[in-house]
Design a binder for this molecule. Structure first.
Ligand code: ZN
Length: 281
């Protein structure tokens, strides 16, 4: 362990002129070669691309439900992570998927709403995805790519070229590669961190943190039959559920504090989430 720390210090010293070495809120060392501005731009570009390529839900009740939960969460995101409004889009797709991107972007697929039973479980998903953004995981992942051979391409893209064939690589680096056929899961360390940060964030936002455990248990059941794509990047294993259970006491305290303020979120899941338009006969 000590050797790793020494290596990390030397490594950071070498890179200091180009980069920043930092620590995540759970105490992990991070190498971030990109500025927040660069990351926010990449997030925005990827999001615009997805909005062009994937149908957007126009169902009023579905949109109201997702926006209600997402807004309650983003109201509690520190402005150091994102200044200004968050853009929330409901994609009309049966894929079980959701994501958040640097630059204040959240995408929720209608398919995942058939798995999340209520506002609390959807808050667990959104909290987790926003957790990846808060901890700047995309920056780390893109930085790791940049430092590897494959990363040279990504670096070239990030350092200026705007219309690039390999834009898919960005998208993968940002964690939304699934629908582009470039599955690149976050590391286990990133997943654990997003789980903890997400659980605290949902609790601070007025959602019951124990719903995160129920959610992953449901996901786990689902993945036994036909694993959805979301599950290939977010395996709902026992370790994950154990860790969320272990952290529950801390998140519960945050929830009880929030409860004292009244005006708790009251987001009602519509009884019917319409099937994607393209699937309707
Ligand atoms: Zn994740």
């Amino acid at each position: 362990m000590k050797n790793i720390t020494v290596f990390y210090s030397v490594f950071c010293a070498v890179l200091l002129s180009l980069t920043a070495c930092s620590t995540s809120s759970t105490g992990r060392n991070q190498v971030s070669l990109y500025s927040d501005t660069e990351l926010n731009n990449m997030g925005s570009v990827s999001f615009e691309q997805m909005k062009k390529e994937i149908a957007i839900s126009t169902d009023v009740d579905t949109n109201a439900f997702v926006h209600c939960v997402a807004n309650a969460i983003t109201d509690n995101v520190p402005t150091s992570a994102h200044k200004g409004e968050w853009e929330v889009v409901v994609f009309d797709s049966e894929q079980i998927n959701a994501f958040a991107l640097p630059g204040g972007k959240i995408g929720v697929y209608t398919g995942i709403l058939n798995v999340t039973e209520d506002q609390h479980q959807l808050a667990a998903i959104i909290g987790h995805e926003v957790g990846h953004v808060l901890e700047r995981h995309s920056n780390e992942r893109l930085s790791a790519s940049k430092l590897s051979n494959v990363g040279l391409m990504v670096a070239t893209i990030a350092l200026g070229a705007s219309e690039v064939e390999n834009k898919g690589l960005w998208v993968a680096g940002l964690g939304v590669g699934v629908q582009y056929g470039l599955i690149m899961p976050y590391s286990r360390a990133h997943e654990s961190e997003a789980d903890i940060i997400g659980q605290e964030l949902m609790a601070r936002s007025g959602f019951k943190p124990e719903a995160s455990i129920k959610l992953w248990q449901n996901m786990s059941k689902l993945s036994k039959d036909a694993p959805p794509e979301f599950m290939s990047t977010h395996p709902a294993n026992d370790t994950r559920i154990k860790q969320l259970s272990k952290h529950l006491a801390i998140s519960k305290t945050a929830y009880l504090t929030r409860q004292k303020q009244s005006n708790m979120p009251q987001c009602v899941k519509p009884s019917i989430i319409p099937a994607p338009v393209s699937k309707k006969k």
